[in-house]
Ligand binder design. Sequence first.
Ligand code: FE2
Length: 427
Amino acid sequence: MHNEYAGVTTRFLNPNERLVLSKENEMPFVIEAKEDNSVQFLQAFLISNTDKILNDMSHYGAVLLRGFNIVSEEDFETTVLSIRGMKGISEAFMSEQGRIHVGNSKYVLHTNAVYKTGGTLYLGGFHSENYYSTDVPTYISFCCLKPSSTGGETGIINMEKIYPFLDQALQTKLEKNNFFVSKWLMSEVAERYHLSDKKIEAICKQFDLPVVTVNDKKFILMYKPNVFIHPVTNKKSLQINYFELPTLNAVLRKKFIKDYPGKMWFWHRFVWRLPDAVLKIPEVIYMVFASLFYSPKESFKIIVSKYKNYMANRKNKDSLPFNDVKVKSCFNEKEIKALAQLMRDYYCSCLWQKGDILLVDNRKVVHAGMPGSGPRTIRAMICNPLDMRYSDPQSGLFDCKSRNSETVGFYMSSPESEGVKSAEYTI
Ligand SMILES: [Fe+2]
């Protein structure tokens, strides 16, 4: 490999830096401290090498900055933002519970403040970032302030490598049209952002988010494309939240079980062998208690919202006035099994070291917090929203372009800002 960068070492990971070995040997591209490991050196390096670094992220899928003296969220934030053109996303529309900023930081997020997202008994949950929000980032970065004592890496998979192996008929279905992802009660959005329906509808219109009335209740709908076309590589990748395929996680656990041998992983294997329905019980109990412990008030609101959603759907079950077909409709069990095998084959394990920053291209790579044990502190930042459309019907293909404006979440939080078409409503 040519070392085109001055003052650092570039390389790929050694096998002992990975927990699981696979066919993926070129992700992440590692930029390692050589003589100067200071934050000041790193930031000056990123400013002067921005074009090459963005190109390496596009090509390899992820770049790992290793061996630098990153010790705080502030170091993480200023370092990522020192890459020219990197624009932090502070507000993602209707982000999940626990997806909050760390302290007073503007852009650094808890991976989730309610429940642990990696380094647990759980295996699964690969996703393209913010599938369930309108505000999909071009890049997601992670920083390790404390690695798990065992495992707990942020697993990544370059879906560009997998896509050509998917069945041709499946590819045709995925590329043909977008699919329904989620809907939000207008009243819930109004309460969260302290806005009138009129203001919300104006922002929705501006961002191509359909609004429908179901059983006298207004809902905002969101449809998403499935296959992203990368603007640099021109390759396709399936960028969804893989939770959408209900049996995939169980199949993945079977595919990965041999990678977790010995006494150390006994309880993990024990749990993964449980029938999926049985495994769901402790999972749901944990989520409910973690959520209640974090904020009883917020949890109550979520339950009420889910109930209202359910009731509105139930009364109109056979005659919903909108298309609610989801991406899982494209897949049969055989295709899910084949996909799980490909995900295992191209899985990239990169064990965390304290101070690591992992820069990930969210246009082609999916990620998940992997199994492990021991305390773990990983922070995240999302940057540069993609310019997506959310109504249906649209193509299932998405030509990745960054959005020039702010995110939908930003305008919902600050409707008086420049960029919201104020002519369409009165503040
Ligand atoms: Fe994520």
